[in-house]
Design a protein around this ligand. Structure first.
Ligand SMILES: Cc1cc2nc3c(=O)[nH]c(=O)nc-3n(C[C@H](O)[C@H](O)[C@H](O)COP(=O)(O)OP(=O)(O)OC[C@H]3O[C@@H](n4cnc5c(N)ncnc54)[C@H](O)[C@@H]3O)c2cc1C
Length: 639
């Protein structure tokens, strides 16, 4: 271990930590704020909220995204909702319950203090978004409506039909544009960060490529915030937007930011099954559908009858059977593995046998078609467009798919990485979700980070560390520009025989097979052999057409896939090293007699923070022990 991982968790009782910390943190005088420049990479919910709020406070903000508009950030795809412990339903919710559900849902692999703060801030988020005009669903009497998500027995999920992310992002985008108009925030769309610049141990800026002109541009700042999203696309097929990638955080890792729990990947149980070899994207069917849809497969293996011809007593509602108290709302890791299990037994449905039914017949009978349409209309429409099957008439077919990455850059309580001044928010950090994220909690985390945490903690960093002024003519920027130019030249000069996508697809297959829903030692070792071989072949035989002086999507993709080819190896190393099962990290060797994840708290109640050791050298594992003072570690049960 070479890093000193100080999580800087404030002292005092859990419920008072954040408030007390806010008071103890140093402030930047309003007149001095504009003298500080903060770079925000990302304009999704985490980045957009952070950039708008810091600009509103008076900081000079530069915000970057690779899409043509902040509105196209992957956050826009979020469907089901956002959690908050408002207890509008009076069904027993509280900040403490949301905190407890999240720690338990993450299989006791997250930091108590962070999770408690998240639950506390969930209340402010809803107020903030309502004030912005986000059109959350409402009850007949006008109060905000709620529905349930997995791993919770209360209804605490706020939603805007199946378009919650879109509506929240429009709220953040308006706040962002207001600041652009005011002149305190400059937006750099179609600009991709390719390196982090660290000077005297502090993050001092980024080097980015203008994706339209190809120009390599340096930007200096007093602090940098990465809000660049998750890295699920390392699996090639995932529910993420196709452009989502790991480059920003991977470049930061290579400059000294520790990467925490890289192997913790969420596989979402309700996605439209894979239909063919040349598919490039998977589609989520929101978890909210499990409020009313019932999951089942035929009891008999190989039963090929159409679903409506299979009588009730020949169906296995396996989630309701195995987990009677949570039923169809069992958490994602558990529901995904249960689906895999019945498919492995030969009871899967659809042409490939890799599918289970999500059936709305009972709900339609009970509530009427209009109610179901009102709740999930756009999701049903999306499903029908993709599969050509009408889910009002026949059950949906769903199967687990890669959806979210709980791993990410390690951050302390202030959301600062192991590089001074480099802060990380949203899905890009290793987050508050432990080994498994509960549904509707990513939006909550991204917005808590962006609207409420970083605007406070960035001030404390600037006020206490007082970074010296640096500009982009510093040699560190020039060195980085040169390295990027060389790497770009290399991509374009290989002139091999295989497309970037073919490498990406092959990498995805390796990852899904050996580091996916279930992992074991032998498989991970195979992956650790195959990935470097594939990486070597990539650098020998990839074909990147075109030039670097214009829009060149193959070139953009080459850089992202080159980074995935390195990150994948770290994920497998982490999965191999963690010889326990927890949450979504299911090591087949470690399971209870009922087939559930078997944790080893004595040896693994820690955050694994991997440190880059240099080209060709094995990364160094650092450990942040997780200390539980408020919840009792127990075998997670949803039975
Ligand atoms: C289909 C789907 C549905 C979901 N539904 C829900 C839900 O209902 N509830 C919930 O809580 N969560 C949901 N999630 C998860 C949630 O949407 C994401 O975790 C969250 O939106 C991530 O937000 P973010 O701001 O961290 O990242 P993103 O929204 O991915 O934004 C990343 C930003 O970083 C920029 N960026 C990335 N790399 C670079 C670079 N190198 N240079 C410049 N810019 C860069 C991008 O341009 C973008 O602006 C869902 C996820 C998926 C895939």
């Amino acid at each position: 271990m070479t890093l000193h991982l100080d999580a800087r968790i404030p002292s005092g009782p859990l419920a008072e930590k954040w408030n007390r910390h806010r008071f103890e943190m140093k402030l930047v005088n309003p007149a001095n704020k504009r003298k500080n420049t903060v770079i925000v990479v990302g304009s999704g919910l985490a980045g957009g909220a952070a950039a708008a709020t810091m600009s509103e406070l008076g900081y000079n903000v530069k915000c970057f995204c690779f899409q043509d508009s902040p509105r196209r950030a992957h956050s826009i795809a979020a469907q089901g909702g956002i959690n908050a412990a408002k207890n509008y339903q009076n069904d027993g919710d509280s900040v403490y319950r949301l905190f407890y559900d999240t720690v338990k849902g993450g299989d006791f692999r997250s930091r108590e203090a962070n999770v408690y703060r998240l639950a506390e801030l969930s209340l402010n988020i809803i107020d903030q978004c309502v004030a912005q005009g986000v059109p959350f669903a409402r009850e007949y009497g006008g109060l905000l409506a709620n529905r349930s998500f997995g791993g919770a027995q209360v209804s605490r999920t706020f939603y805007a039909r199946g378009q919650t992310g879109q509506q929240l992002l429009l709220g953040a985008y308006q706040a962002l544009e207001r600041q652009v108009q005011r002149g305190g925030l400059k937006m750099y769309p179609r600009t991709e960060m390719l390196d982090l610049v660290v000077i005297d141990g502090k993050a001092r800026g980024i080097v980015a490529r203008n994706l339209v002109t190809g120009a390599i541009e340096s930007h200096a700042a007093d602090a940098v915030v990465l809000a660049s999203g998750g890295y699920g696309n390392v699996f090639y097929l995932s529910t993420n937007a196709q452009g989502s990638n790991a480059t920003a955080i991977w470049r930061a890792y290579k400059r000294g930011a520790a990467f925490a729990n890289p192997c913790f990947t969420q596989i979402h149980p309700t996605c439209i099954p894979v239909s063919g070899d040349y598919q490039s994207k998977l589609t989520l069917m929101s978890e909210s559908l499990r409020n009313d849809g019932r999951v089942w497969v035929p009891k008999k293996a190989g039963d090929k009858r159409p679903p409506r011809q299979i009588p009730e007593n020949e169906r296995d509602y396996f989630l309701e059977r195995k987990y009677p108290s949570f039923g169809n709302l069992a958490p994602r890791d558990i529901a995904s593995r249960a689906a895999k299990e019945v498919c492995d037994e030969g009871r899967g449905v659809g042409e490939t046998g890799l599918g289970v039914y999500l059936d709305f017949a009972d709900a339609i009978k009970r509530l009427g078609r209009a109610v179901i349409q009102d709740r999930y209309g756009n999701l049903f429409e999306m499903y029908e467009r993709i599969t050509d099957e009408n889910p009002y008439e026949v059950p949906m077919r769903i199967y687990p798919a890669v959806h979210y990455t709980m791993g990410g850059l390690w951050v302390d309580y202030n959301l600062m990485s192991t590089i001074d001044g480099l802060h990380v928010t949203g899905e890009a950090n290793f987050s508050d979700h432990g080994a498994n994220r509960l549904g509707a909690s990513a939006l909550m985390q991204g917005l808590a980070d962006g609207y409420f945490i970083i605007p406070n903690t960035i001030g404390d960093y600037l006020a206490t560390r007082k970074p010296e002024k640096v500009d982009a003519s510093h040699p560190a920027f020039k060195d980085s520009e040169r390295e990027i130019a060389e790497r770009t030249k290399k991509f374009l000069s290989i002139d091999g025989t295989r497309t970037v996508s073919s490498f990406h697809r092959e990498l995805g297959k390796i990852m899904w097979e050996y580091c996916g829903m279930a992992r074991n030692e032998a498989g991970l070792k195979i992956a650790l052999q195959k990935i470097p071989e594939l990486r070597a072949e990539f650098w020998r035989d990839v074909n990147v057409p075109g030039s670097d002086a214009e829009i060149n999507q193959a070139l953009e993709k080459a850089g992202r896939v080159a980074d995935f080819l390195e990150l994948a190896e770290l994920m497998c190393l982490d999965a191999l090293d963690r010889t326990e099962s927890c949450g979504a990290h299911f090591r087949e060797e470690y399971q209870t007699p009922e087939g559930e994840a078997l944790r080893d708290d004595e040896h693994f109640a820690y955050v694994a923070a991997w440190e880059y050791a240099g080209e060709g050298k094995p990364p160094i594992l650092n450990k942040e022990p997780l200390i539980f003072e408020n919840v009792k570690l127990s075998q997670r049960s949803y039975k």
